[in-house]
Design a protein around this ligand. Sequence first.
Ligand code: PAF
Length: 284
Amino acid sequence: MEPSVVRTVAQLDDALMPSRLASSPVAYVPTLGALHDGHASLMRVARRLGDVVVASIFVNPTQFGPGEDLQKYPRSLDADLDMCSRENVDIVYVPAVETIYPEGTQGITIDPGPAGDLLEGQRRPQHFRGVLTVVAKLFAMVRPSHAVFGEKDYQQLVLVRAMVHDLCVATDIVGVPTVREPDGLALSSRNRFLDPVQRLAATALARALFAGQSAGSAGAEGVMSAARAVLEASAGVEVDYLALTAPDLSEPVEHGPARLLGAVRVGTTRLIDNVSVSLGIDSP
Ligand code: PAF
């Protein structure tokens, strides 16, 4: 069945009324649009979790900094709706900027706390304030029992989990592993900006992260030097950061689970990716 496309809060409320009256689980996939197979995997997880699946498509202006690619951000509504239909999404919410920010964008916002200043937050100062603010607004509109986010934007996932916990929001946050091309490149809406030479160079980030992951038994220094060695040997990739953290983005412990995160520039395109690492433990 074709999904219902709704654009206002009143239309969304009407579409969700039967499931709210029946207290059925509502699984939600928030997106910026420009959907790819990574989003399809989020929708499939949502389909398993909810009697009703809602996806939203909203290019949120407040998470783009000055000089970032808000205008350039790819918009492909017809193709996005086709994907929602293929993945059996029930309701697609496509709000206007005025629906999300009726009083403009200078109102009350969500402070992401210290973890919002690390990594991506250090390079993109207002980014996570914009992300958490829009996610909080969308959650208030959709009122989902579950919301599904990709691990590809790992810091976002950690901060959304923290927000939901700290603000006692009754939504279960579900993280879904990154979908990759056969050569390891993480799927991203930004990959479409890469020319063939850059596309090849871009695999260096995933190769570096997997090299680091394989070196987990050698400890933190072994992980970092294995990952750095791959990036240093790769042409056409400018490293923005490479960081090893605990799963909650704090300092990694010597033994146990950790996260290796990286950001690179390939031409004018900025790519991020991350993998789990088991520190001090032989990888399987
Ligand atoms: O990850 C994204 O697509 C966006 O940051 C989100 C969560 C939809 C908020 O605009």
